[in-house]
Design a protein around this ligand. Structure first.
Ligand code: DX5
Ligand code: ZN
Length: 220
């Protein structure tokens, strides 16, 4: 299976983001965590920053919106050039309309689900989403530990997608390391967001390679 690694620049040096995105040119996309200090306590990037990052990044941007008003603001990130825009189902009153609006601007649409949110009510969205993000930590901060208790939800999603013949990317985000990646992979994830384990130590390109190797070993 082709797996994808999306480094999260939340763990990079905010004073040198251009270098941070160049350092991960071997990855499949750059994960950009947009936080609004309402949906989550932290405040990070807004649309102007994302637009500029897109201009300097050698690889596509995967924008993860952790904002309260996804209905009003998600489409803007699609408009400014993000390859994919993922919003939280918990933050949208009409998630299907948000997916349609993102598509209307030519971007891929993703739906994100927090650890405590059940999957079942949102299964109809899987028919039009291009990416499903199963959070493996509570959104809001990097450097937290992977939550194995979310794995049954990942398996249930994988089963449903198989039954329905659907193939959105299945992304996990939070606490992804060489140890936890094979666990999520074995439950059906194919796209792995990694902040601390890419930027937190050593050389990002080496850390990306180590994550890909862990996936290959996990599949063997
Ligand atoms: C958490 C963010 C993640 C975060 C992951 O709310 O959505 O993308 O950057 O960081 P690590 O990989 O350090 O858990
Ligand atoms: Zn994220």
């Amino acid at each position: 299976m082709h797996i994808r690694i999306h480094p999260s620049i939340l763990a990079a040096d905010f004073a040198n983001l251009e270098a941070a995105v160049r350092d991960v040119a071997d990855a499949d996309a750059v994960h950009v965590d947009v936080m609004d200090n309402h949906f989550v306590p932290t405040l990070t990037f807004g649309p102007q920053m994302v637009r500029r990052l897109d201009e300097v990044s050698p690889i596509p941007l995967d924008v993860h919106l952790m904002i309260a008003d996804a209905d009003d603001h998600a489409a803007e990130y699609a408009q400014i050039g993000a390859d994919s825009v993922t919003f939280h189902v918990e933050a949208a009153t009409n998630p299907q309309a948000v997916i349609d609006a993102i598509h209307g601007h030519g971007a891929r649409a993703g739906v994100a689900i927090k650890p405590g949110t059940p999957l079942e009510p949102y299964l109809p969205l899987m028919h039009s989403a291009d990416l499903v993000l199963i959070m493996t930590v509570e959104p809001g901060a990097g450097g937290q530990s992977f939550m194995p208790e979310v794995m049954p939800k990942l398996s249930a999603l994988h089963r449903y997608l198989g039954e329905q013949g659907l193939s959105p990317l299945v992304q996990v985000d939070g606490g992804i390391t060489v140890e936890s990646l094979p666990i999520a992979l074995s439950h059906g994830a194919d796209t792995f967001v990694a902040g601390s384990s890419v930027y937190g130590h050593g050389i990002p390109a080496d850390n990306i390679r180590a994550l890909r190797d862990a996936a290959t070993k996990g599949e063997a």
